[in-house]
Design a protein around this ligand. Sequence first.
Ligand code: C5P
Length: 219
Amino acid sequence: RRISIAIDGPAAAGKSTVAKRIAGRLSYVYIDTGAMYRALTYRALACGVDIHDEQALLSLLRDTSIELKPSPHGQIVLVNGDDVTDIIRGEAVTNAVSLVAKHPLVREEMVARQRALAEGGGVVMDGRDIGTHVLPNAEVKIFLKASVEERARRRHEENIARGFPSDLEKLKEEIARRDRLDSERETAPLRKAPDAVEIDTTSLSIEEVVDRIMEIVNE
Ligand code: C5P
């Protein structure tokens, strides 16, 4: 039986790294819902659409195809056919995305697309509201957390490894700001679902987290 696995948690808690590995082990599809909100944010910035204008964002979204495609180098993200994989991780999109994601009509449309992608199971989906809203009936729900210091440190090391400029203090602030916006918004805020298993990854390796989740999947 192919189940659905929901992985939620704050920014930079390791959700996507862990979700990709779980999907790989089970031969499931990995669905990065954050990339979908990032893709719309990129389109809004590129087209000069006001990110505070909910109707304008909704029209733009209806006009935007977002594809998540597996590739040998990891998942690539296509917006109306253009590869935006790298640019949606940049500072401009990262700083604006939570303001785009707070609009209820934008979320409604995104959730509909996410549910369609998850139809039939065999998916690992990561985000902020998967266990609480998108897939409330997911067979396995995980909530990953880690201290903000540790999350900023991991992101910092990732940036350095990729040869990107990186400032640890700025990262800490950006992560804390996004957590605040995501948990304080009115529609589907960042929350642990009551039936989710919480894993604090602060002092765990990626493999330890993956093994723990695989134990839960196999229970
Ligand atoms: O996971 P990632 O950091 O790429 O998500 C980017 C942003 O997209 C989050 O900070 C949040 O504002 C929004 N998001 C959301 N709901 C989701 C996934 C992401 O609101 N399910």
